[in-house]
Design a protein around this ligand. Structure first.
Ligand code: SF4
Ligand code: SF4
Length: 578
């Protein structure tokens, strides 16, 4: 019987499959006895109990049938007997893509519950890699991979923007601490530690950079941040592209060697930690001659060694902890974050199940970048939402930037009254510094003494909270600015059109026209499009929505509560005033 014609892509996938098989993958491909033990481990199954196509064993069989048809002797001789089947068309590859990327977050919870040791997530990653090699992947995966290949980080942050953000955080910290030694050095050769971050921190959440820097400063640490090789995340883990994985990991390793550091500290990110510390050396084919450590371990060590002092009463609200799949299941980082939490929080409530049995945030495996699968991702998040609700906590802590986004989406979709934060924020907030010998006597002493620094500048303040409006206006007026204020979006826009200010401070959450729409109008209306904008908001989770708009980013972004010193520092920076 003649073989059906096969597309070029299908043939390439088969060729590559043959090269990628190793003992670990083959072991998982042959060991399944279809007992069904793994079925209820999967959050997709629990959210879709009537749809058998979400079962891990069903999904695994889509790749397994290929393996059997081409690499297993029973499948080669009696394909009908062992359900072996080859692949012929691009349409079949697209079907495989919708399973490998759209119905699994590679969370490995099913792997943990398989009595035969089948690690589906490992060969699901292999399937992703095969598809990526012929260009069949979700568009978001292509975009993010391209950014990481070409710009060195997965969020397309330009080097100058990253350096600018670090310098900005550094300036703020020096002002806060009133100590030049608090400055963040960049590319300082010979430092003991190189601190690497997730690009989400530079783009959406720079307070995590300044909080980490504050902790390093408090500990008297000898650290630096690199100008290259600073992105410790690695989309190769999600896309299955080992070449990308090796290239990205090598950038971090090469920079660490160039600077001659003894240790690389990896900020809180599950897949970044797994990729950089565990998988990266294999992908990159290199030996590592320095230590690598999660910042969770670093912070815990500082407290244990008495290098920093913390006061847990500064974080009194009830918090719960979400274990990232990569940290907990793949790297065993389960007890350290709990020990740290109990040292810096007054009320810790465990989530169930937890540790290696925890459910995925549902944004893992790169799912947040695959918008075509968002509805099924959010449907599966009902499992996570139930877990979160049962804790009664108002704050969920996680040691992973990817989980921050996954959880925030889940919280928003299921309308939970919760916010997400990370250990670094809680530790920084709990820090206790010894009283300086000559502390400033009054709060006014905190305001930089640059009299009339805003003289001749016009500023429009838009905020629905009258007391915030008064506070911001007073600080600006006391420093010489002419200020106009409005308590709603339309009123604020009218003031901007009328006065053509140098700067607008804009609240995001307002009744009527919200700040996001006002911001879009400010950018899109030709006559006022050049206006500089500083967002001042009590909702840090809205940052992403603002920065993802297809318009120029705001020139500044401050989270409430904001003090006079920080407000002025930002205004001066935005207006390029000394
Ligand atoms: S638990 Fe293991 S052996 Fe059983 S169906 Fe799942 S993968 Fe197969
Ligand atoms: S790895 Fe996670 S998401 Fe994928 S099938 Fe297993 S339990 Fe489900």
């Amino acid at each position: 019987m003649s073989e059906q014609a096969r597309s070029h892509n299908a043939q390439m996938v088969l060729n590559r499959l043959a090269k990628k098989l190793n003992r670990q993958v083959v072991g998982s491909l042959v060991a399944c006895v279809h007992c069904g033990n793994c079925t209820d481990s999967c959050h997709y199954v629990l959210a879709n109990p009537d749809d058998p196509t979400y079962a891990p064993a069903y999904k695994a069989d889509r790749l397994r049938m290929l393996f059997k048809r081409h690499h297993d002797w029973t499948g080669r001789i009696f394909p009908w007997w062992v359900k072996a089947k080859s692949i012929y068309t691009d349409a079949e590859l697209v079907e495989l893509k919708d399973i490998a990327f759209g119905k699994c977050t590679n969370c490995r919870r099913c792997s943990l519950n398989c009595p035969m040791g089948v690690d589906f997530a490992t060969f699901n990653r292999l399937a992703r890699g095969l598809l990526v090699s012929v260009g069949i992947m979700p568009e978001g995966v292509a975009v993010v991979s391209k950014d990481q290949w070409e710009l060195g980080n997965q969020m397309g942050v330009l080097k100058e923007d990253y350096v600018d953000t670090v310098e900005w955080m550094s300036e703020e910290l020096v002002e806060d601490m009133k100590d030049d030694k608090a400055a963040i050095s960049i590319d300082r050769a010979g430092a003991k530690i190189m601190y690497t971050i997730n690009p989400r921190e530079a783009k959406y959440d720079p307070r995590t950079i300044s909080d980490a820097a504050k902790i390093f400063y408090a500990a008297g640490e000898d650290y630096t941040m690199p100008s290259e090789g600073w992105d410790m995340t690695n989309f190769g883990l999600f896309s299955g592209d080992d070449d990308l994985g090796g290239t990205v990991a090598s950038r971090v390793y090469e920079k660490a060697r160039e600077l001659g550091v003894k240790k690389v500290v990896i900020s809180e990110c599950g897949h970044g930690y797994r990729s950089t510390r565990c998988e990266g050396p294999n992908w990159a084919g290199t030996d590592i001659d320095f230590e690598m450590e999660s910042s969770v371990d670093t912070m815990l060590r500082y407290i244990r060694e008495g290098k920093i002092k913390v006061d847990k009463s500064k974080n009194p609200e009830r918090v719960t902890f979400h274990d990232s799949c990569n940290n907990a299941r793949s790297c065993g980082l389960t007890e350290e974050p709990r020990e740290l939490l109990k040292l810096v929080c007054g009320d810790f409530q465990e989530m169930y199940p937890n540790r290696a049995e925890n459910f995925c945030c549902t944004g893992g495996g790169g799912a947040m970048s695959m918008s075509e699968y968002t509805p099924q991702r959010l449907k599966s998040a009902t499992v996570k939402a139930d877990q979160l609700k049962a804790t009664g906590a108002k704050v969920v802590v996680t040691s992973c930037h990817n989980c921050v986004d996954g959880l925030a989406d889940c919280i928003k979709h299921y309308k939970l009254d919760m916010e997400v934060t990370q250990l670094v924020n809680l530790v920084a907030n709990a820090l206790v510094f010894d009283e300086p010998a000559s502390a400033p006597a009054a709060a006014e002493a905190d305001v930089p003494a640059v009299a009339g620094v805003l003289a001749g500048r016009k500023i429009v303040v838009i905020d629905d909270e009258p007391d915030v409006c008064v506070f911001l206006s007073t600080v600006f007026e006391d420093n010489g600015a002419e200020v106009f204020s409005a308590n709603d979006g339309d009123g604020g826009l009218a003031l901007v059109r009328q006065h053509k200010p140098d700067l607008v401070t804009l609240d995001l959450s307002m009744p009527g026209k919200d700040g996001g729409k006002v911001f879009a109008d400010l950018r899109n209306e030709e006559a006022i499009a050049g206006t500089k904008v500083c967002i001042v908001t009590g909702k840090p989770e809205l940052r992403k929505l603002i920065y993802e708009r297809p318009v120029r980013e705001p020139e500044g972004y401050l989270n409430k509560p904001v003090d006079a010193e920080k407000l002025l520092l930002n205004a001066r920076k935005i207006l390029e005033l000394k």
